[in-house]
Design a binder for this molecule. Structure first.
Ligand code: UDP
Length: 479
């Protein structure tokens, strides 16, 4: 796929954006919203009621409606308690389908379209996990429908091709390999341990749900990815034989790409309130000295892992910024070694939620200890920060394989037989990354990848061209 430079002419369009209601899917969907707005779109951004309230609470200082007249945040009932988003996997996905199903979206579109003087809805962009049944709604209203895959393309591809892998006998029909082997499931993918297949955390049910998702995707014409072509060219070429793919990433606010990290003008729809004080702390640290540690919005270390990590961080004798979410802090505070908080006061900063993009773009950051959530990976690449990989579940092992073995922009943290990353492993990995020659080579690879990531969204870059092609596709007349 080599995108040309298409001419586009767009009258005002109105898109309904439907993210999966979890942080790692809401963030890139909001970045997509801003991108569409900059091309003249009006956006209706659909959150579940629980998340809507959480976003309002966490962003009290920043009015949701002031951020742009062009993005309207609406909510639909979900019947969830605020912390229910953690009742995961199948129950969660069933609730999502209920809350954001075709009848709800149909009603929303009718309500919007009935309002006098309002721009009628012209297209829907749904997360791959919220697209169930929406092709019927799009058909009913004669509007376009695209899906957005917010993870690595290879993660999408292995799910997409899984029915074929079952029919070839490469995967058992329940999707759960009986022995732990490392193999190439697809010729376009690096070898993967069977224990790291992305649906295994949810077992057979999750595999079945993934297959349902594939059937649904086959009814939809356009798929966009928060990836750039140069990141996964082979698998993108393979997928493009099956569907229209648009790699348009990395979807990062231009506030950061333009280098003015202190004047973030666009709403970041955080479900938790970021502790901006850590930026003041970062200002006092030397350039490229700080280890940033964060496991995203869902992954949670157990007590033993927390304790070992606290000892390991102390043993590096380096400054660190560690995000310990309050839902994990409450159960883990007691595990820090006695006097830990007092001892690290001069060189450690612990927050319950960080303004992550601002942190990663800060010159004091030396490396990112990450669970390898796809947004964190793309953010780290776009800010040029090398990674230490500590994957937790789902697609994170596959992401880690790409970071370490394919792009060579980070190192793996290897757990012992009990799943624990021991202090010696951690401190050695930090020294390998920040001091040894190996680290110099990794930083050089990261510098190259960072440049490609930034160039690709500029005029003439592959993601920029793909975005124009995507706009052309969704704004063409639908009958
Ligand atoms: N994030 C943040 N502050 C934090 C931790 C995470 O703003 O303290 C953001 C991060 O920038 C990313 C998202 O939350 O956009 C997490 O998504 P990711 O895919 O990395 O992981 P997930 O939460 O889905 O596991």
């Amino acid at each position: 796929m080599s995108p040309s430079d298409p001419k586009i002419g767009i009258s005002q369009s109105h898109a309904i954006l439907i993210p999966l209601p979890i942080q790692g899917h809401i963030n890139p969907m909001m970045q997509l919203a801003w991108k569409l707005v900059s091309h003249g779109f009006l956006i209706t951004f659909v959150n579940t009621e629980t998340n809507h309230q959480r976003i309002i609470k966490a962003n009290k200082d920043q009015s949701l409606h002031d951020s742009s007249d062009m993005i309207r945040m609406v909510s639909v009932a979900d019947g969830l308690a605020p912390d229910d988003s953690h009742s995961f996997v199948v129950k969660f996905f069933a609730e999502v389908e209920n809350a954001l199903g075709p009848s709800v979206i149909d009603k929303l579109i009718r309500n919007i379209n009935e309002k006098e003087g309002d721009q009628k809805v012209s297209c829907i962009v749904a997360d791959v996990w919220t697209c169930f049944g929406l092709h019927t709604v799009a058909k009913l209203h004669h509007i376009s429908l695209a899906v957005f895959n917010t993870s690595l393309v290879s993660n999408f591809a292995i799910r997409y091709f899984s029915p074929k892998l079952v029919s070839l006998g490469i995967l058992p029909s329940d999707g759960i390999p009986k022995e732990d082997k490392t193999k190439k499931y697809l010729s376009s993918l690096p070898p993967l341990k069977s224990a790291h297949l992305p649906w295994l955390y949810g077992g057979e049910d999750m595999f079945r749900h993934a297959i349902r998702m594939v059937k649904e995707i086959n009814k939809i014409e356009w798929v966009i990815f928060n990836t750039f072509y140069e990141q996964e060219p082979v698998v993108l070429d393979e997928l493009s034989k099956e569907m229209s793919v648009f790699p348009i990433g990395p979807l990062i606010s231009p506030d950061f790409l333009d280098g003015d990290r202190n004047t973030e003008r666009r709403l970041v729809p955080s479900l938790l309130k970021p502790e901006a004080e850590c930026l003041e702390w970062l200002e006092k640290q030397a350039e490229q000295s700080v280890i940033y540690v964060s496991f995203g919005s869902y992954a949670a270390l157990n007590k033993l892992q927390m304790e070992e990590l606290s000892v390991a961080l102390e043993a590096t004798h380096r400054p660190f910024l560690w995000v310990v979410r309050s839902d994990t802090m409450d159960s883990c505070q007691s595990v820090f070694s006695p006097g830990f908080m007092e001892r690290i006061i001069d060189r450690g900063c612990i927050v319950s939620w960080a303004p992550q993009l601002r942190v990663l773009s800060h010159p004091a950051i030396a490396c990112f200890v990450t669970h390898c959530g796809w947004n964190s990976v793309q953010e780290s690449i776009t800010m040029g920060v090398p990674m230490l990989c500590w994957p937790y579940f789902a697609d994170q092992f596959l992401n880690s394989t790409y970071i370490v073995d394919v792009w060579k922009v980070g190192l793996a943290l290897n757990a012992n037989n009990n799943g624990l990353i021991e202090r010696e492993e951690f401190t050695k990995a930090i020294e390998r990354l920040l001091v040894a020659e190996e680290g110099t080579a990794i930083r050089e690879e990261m510098r190259k990848m960072n440049k490609i990531a930034r160039d690709t969204v500029k005029e003439g870059g592959s993601s920029s061209n793909n975005f124009k092609l995507f706009l052309n596709a969704i704004t063409k007349r639908v009958n």
